[in-house]
Design a protein around this ligand. Sequence first.
Ligand SMILES: [Zn+2]
Length: 462
Amino acid sequence: MRRAYIGIVLTVVIGVVAAGSGHALGGGYLIRNAALVLTMDPSLGDRSVLGQLENADVLMVDDKIADVGVNLPKPSGTSVIDGRGMIVMPGFVDTHEHTMQSIIRGCAADDNVVGWLSRCTAGIRAAVPTESEIYAAARLHTVGLIDTGVTTVVDWIGRFQTPVYRGDVRALVDSKLRFAVAVFGFAADGSDLAATVNLVKQEFIDQNPLATLQIASSPNPATAAHVATATQLALAQGLKLHVHLLENIADLASNQLQVLQNNGAFALGRDLHVAHFVHASDADIATIAGLNASVAHNPLSNMRLASGIMRYLEIQNAGIRLGLGLDGGTNDTTDMFNNMRVAVGLQRAKSLNALGTPTIVEVLRAATLGGAEVLDMESQIGSLTPGKQADVIVIDPRALNFAPSVALVNQLITNGQPQNVKYVFVAGKPLKSNGNLVGVNVGTVIKDAQAAADRIAPFLVP
Ligand SMILES: [Zn+2]
């Protein structure tokens, strides 16, 4: 008994040492005897949506999932993580973010999105932030995303000069997360968009296998020129156009879908990436479904900013690809568990139906494989399918906020918090190991973000 215990301790220590150094000892990690593995691949395990296995192993070799099963042989040189009692699943895909907005957390908490934009995000712009200030803000946010188990993030960067782009994207690169960056440029008419896209592409994207590019816009009658330019660029470069759509009830007056259509954006089809879509009519849902466009659902943000409750059931029933997003500072947190809980809870409160859409299983899918589908990356990420990228998280339910383990799948939504996430792997590399953020000095991250927030604070109307 004592001997077995020592063996376990040594195994864990070796795993941590390997993780701490940023790479495996001999190439790979074997998560052994996990209480529950949610592969999110219906061809695996119990063949359900969750593709569930009990007391099972997950093997990662290099940057890929090599195998999932019971009693997998351990290749030599592989580090072992004791998975007993733990839940293993794909990392979360955050389909709509503004990482720099961590700098305005708590701002205008008594206002809707229109007031929040003018009192808070406009303040960031007015402060003319430096590259290092935005780096500090985005750094704080990306570290928080890793902490909660996000492994892929889509960062929508609004109307800012290039130092802001450099600071923000540099933080994304340094995070070692998988990411897409959506670029708006600075000119309201989109006249500098191509140049900004090229700059970001050449400095940060081309040499980073974890990075992809999108074009950003926000359709309304005043931004038609930007939408037209952004659409042309997205079409020419085969990129997604990522837009805010029908977030607040005030957006109904802007004929946003009409602006998209009039400026050619419907030609993008499945490369139209829509955030929010709260105030969609039946006709709007049919239009987006007909285009094969995708939707990023941001329930925590929509709740915080009194935006409304997205028509989840109707959008899902229309066959629209649907993922979850945390939407930057508009929900003030990077907690994806909170976001999933709210996605389920708001719909229940609205429908008075505890079995309503999304169910717990559906929201887990939206947060993983659904998000991958929104990005058209489901062949690479979103499930623990052998051959896919090893974007994996390990959750330990044996904690005050989560124990006892009664119904683990349900408890991910009812009890889960970032502190329960023990390991986060992106492309087989540990970003969080045994509960610790790898290579991150959290004190420094907070101190730098605080200094940037303090400098910008006079420009906000809190
Ligand atoms: Zn947004």
